[in-house]
Structures are given as C-alpha cells and as structure tokens.
Design a protein around this ligand. Structure first.
Ligand code: CTP
Length: 405
C-alpha cells in the first residue's frame, strides 16, 4: 500500500539556498522505500555536495561531470526514462526558465527533456524574481504542460526580505510526491468520506463538552485511502494534526455541523467511514455570554444529538453510489456484543470495534487493537498495532466491500 515503495524518483537539485532541504527530502523518501537518484546542477553543487545526497540515499548522486565522463552510455536518457517521478526541489528561476524553453545545458535539464513521467517542481527564489512576469509566464507554461508546481511559500527569504518565494516545506513536498505516485491505485476514481475527532458541544462561548478522541485514527484512514488512489474528503473537528496532502478538508465543531457537512458532501461518495467520536448529548441551551460563577451549583440540562449514522441508514436509498458505510465502536465493556448491536441497528457494512480500556490502545494513543465485524456474522480479530497499519487494513476491507457491489 506504500505508494513510495520501490518507486524510482529523480530528485533534481538546482542553485538555491533551499538546496540543503533536499537532503531531508532525499532521506525521507529513501526511508520510505523509494529509490532516489539525486542529480545536482552546477548551481546546486555550490549549495550542497553530491556526497551528502549519496550518504542519505545510498546511491551515486549525479553531477554534470557524469554526463561527459560517466561510465554509463547515455546517463541523461537513462535517468529520464527510468524514473517514475521527477522532482525538482529546489527549482531556481533560471532552471524553471530552462525547462520551460527546452534547454539541455545540464544533465538535469536533459533528463527532464528525456523523461516520460510526471514532473513536480518546487520553486525557490527571491520574491521579486518569483513575481517577475518572465518567471510567472514560465510557470504558467509548465502548468499548461501538466508539470505540477508546489509552492512557493511565503516567509523569510535569503535576501532578508519577507515575501513569497521560499521553497515549500519538505513535508509538503513529500506529501505531494506520495499523492502523485498513488494516483493510479486500486481506488482510482472512488470517492471516500472520512470523519475524525471528537465533536464539541458548546456550553457557552468559552466552554464545551467534548471527548478524548485525538482524530489520529481518522487521519490515518484518510491517508490510507489516498495511498490507494481514492479522492478523499475529511470532515474533522481536529485543527492540530497535519492534513494528508491531497485531501479536501471540512472543519466542523458540533455533531449538528458534522451531520450537515456529511450530507452536503455525500453525493457521489462510495464509502463513508465514520471514525469521529460524535457526542451523544449537547447542552439544551448554549449560553450567548460566558457563564459567571456565583457560588451556587450549576445544573446543565443535556439533550440528545442527532445519530448521524442512523440518519445515513434512513436516507441511504438517496445515495446510490454509497457502497460501504463503516462505523466504529469504542467500548469499555462487552466489546463484541455492543459492537454487533450497533452494526445491526445502524445497518453498517462493517464496524471496527475497539476496547478502550487497554493501556496501549484507543483514544490519544498511536496504537489501536480492533476487531472487524460484518453483517454476515464474520469477524476479523487483530492484534495491537499502529493506527497507520490498522488504517491500511480497514481500507483493504472497504476495497473488498466496494468491489463486491
Ligand atoms: N455515531 C453517530 N452519531 C452519533 C453518535 C455516534 O454517527 N450521535 C457513530 C460514531 O461515529 C461511530 C458509531 O456511531 O461510528 C458508534 O458510536 P458510539 O459512540 O460507539 O455509539 P453510540 O451509538 O453513540 O452508542 P453509545 O454511546 O451508547 O455506546
């Protein structure tokens, strides 16, 4: 399921101070199982050495000398042809101009000309250089030719000025690489809706009723669905976790907002994964002003929230493409019995039951221990594992359900 595994990535490094960040990109890609061939332009070599790239990738890092004096016959053609993806990070204004106009005056520019694979370009330069009409027109040309442009971001520039031109954060570039390489996956053209986090029910403008859900499992599922090539929408109450690259995100707070967002986004969805911990009760009255203490006790009257999955079950006939609805049951006792009853009551295609009383699993942890239950009575009991790994297994089951339909 790892879209980076064994993928050949040509990482082109051109003349920009952001070149030092290329080592982080190369290292992360290599650790994720990709085969990284770094190629430095003469400008790139001024900022970072081939030895650094060789050290983090475990592979020869090529420079222009290899074009003329290398042992291989046609290094530039081989590099271009044998890559699944070319990433230029950082891409200087000069290099962008060169690839826009088909120049071949360096090993890297030649490899880009020879390549048949997608090309990702992460510009990095001074703000005025980036905003210059020549650069803007070059970038627009590249976009027209389906080159993917990542960034640049705003912030402090090498010139000491603040503006747009900084290379995007390596994590964002890594996300874009992962996303691009996953696009032909088995869930290509499938639309997946995932919810994550605990809902927040307002008592007053300051206080809420919520729960201990971290949202990590939902985010891991969104990433696993993206890795299989799906188009993913994430409806979340969590604002502190990084959004998986390529996800459409809808931020909500309360159960009511989550329900509205789900029905607004449900048309054309093939699978709904209801991982959010939806509050079952909310204050009957949410005070407009902050409640002041006056020494006496405060009684809160709670009313039930809408049960979103029950509502989806009632209206499922409206959503003809919805082949899989998955729920979660976080239980502190009678795990299987309670989960089975939710599976049946909410007419789910699968429920992920997890025992939250375990020390290492459940809320706030990076691990989870779950059992999958299905309407035909079958079960899949799983050992304690990382939430990422569990997310992959959940997506594996959802794929089977979608294929069966
Ligand atoms: N759920 C929902 N709407 C609610 C409450 C829960 O859609 N108001 C969904 C959750 O996202 C989860 C499943 O229903 O996928 C089961 O949630 P859980 O809180 O375990 O069960 P409840 O039905 O709320 O029952 P209880 O809290 O009494 O165990």
């Amino acid at each position: 399921m790892n879209p980076l595994k064994d993928k050949k990535i040509l990482l082109g490094i051109t003349g920009s101070i952001a070149a030092y960040k290329a080592a982080e990109i190369a290292s992360s890609l290599t650790k994720s199982g990709a085969i990284v061939n770094a190629v430095l332009t003469p400008g790139g070599e001024k900022f970072i050495t081939p030895l650094t790239l060789h050290s983090v990738t475990g592979r020869h890092a090529s420079v222009d000398k290899d074009l003329w004096e290398g042992e291989q016959h046609v290094t530039h053609i081989e590099l271009g042809h044998n890559s699944d993806l070319i990433v230029i990070a950082p891409a200087s204004a000069d290099f962008i101009a060169k690839i826009t106009h088909g120049f071949g005056d360096s090993l890297l520019a030649l490899a880009v000309l020879a390549g048949h694979c997608p090309v990702l370009v992460a510009p990095a330069m001074d703000g005025d250089m980036y905003l210059n009409q020549a650069t803007q027109e070059n970038i627009a040309q590249l976009m027209k030719r389906n080159f993917q442009i990542i960034g640049p971001a705003s912030g402090h520039l090498a010139s000491g000025l603040v503006g747009v031109g900084r290379m995007s954060d390596p994590q964002e570039i890594l996300g874009a690489i992962r996303y691009t390489l996953s696009r032909g996956g088995i869930l290509k053209n499938k639309k997946i809706l995932v919810t994550a986090g605990g809902t927040q029910e307002a008592i007053d403008p300051v206080r809420i009723i919520s729960n201990r859900s971290s949202g990590k499992q939902g985010y891991a599922i969104a990433q696993a669905a993206l890795d299989l090539g799906a188009d993913v929408t994430l409806i979340t109450t969590v604002t502190t976790l990084p959004i998986p690259y390529g996800c459409k995100v809808v931020y909500v707070k309360s159960a009511k907002e989550m329900q509205n967002a789900i029905f607004e986004n449900l048309t054309d969805i093939n699978a709904l994964i209801m991982c959010a911990a939806v509050a079952d009760f909310r204050p009957e009255v949410s005070e407009k002003e902050k409640i002041k203490k006056d020494g006496s006790e405060l009684l809160l009257r709670l009313e039930p929230t809408e049960d979103i999955l029950l509502e989806v079950a009632k209206r499922r006939y409206e959503y003809t493409k919805l082949n899989a609805v998955i729920g979660f049951a976080a239980e502190s006792e009678n795990l299987i019995k309670n989960a089975e009853s939710k599976l049946n009551k909410k007419k789910l295609d699968m429920i992920v039951a997890n025992d939250i009383s375990g020390k290492e699993s459940g809320f706030e942890s990076d691990k989870n221990q779950a059992c999958f239950l299905f309407p035909d009575g079958s079960k899949r009991d799983l050992p304690l594992m990382g939430k990422d790994q569990l997310a992959e297994l959940i997506m594996e089951e959802i794929n089977k359900i979608i294929i069966k339909q």
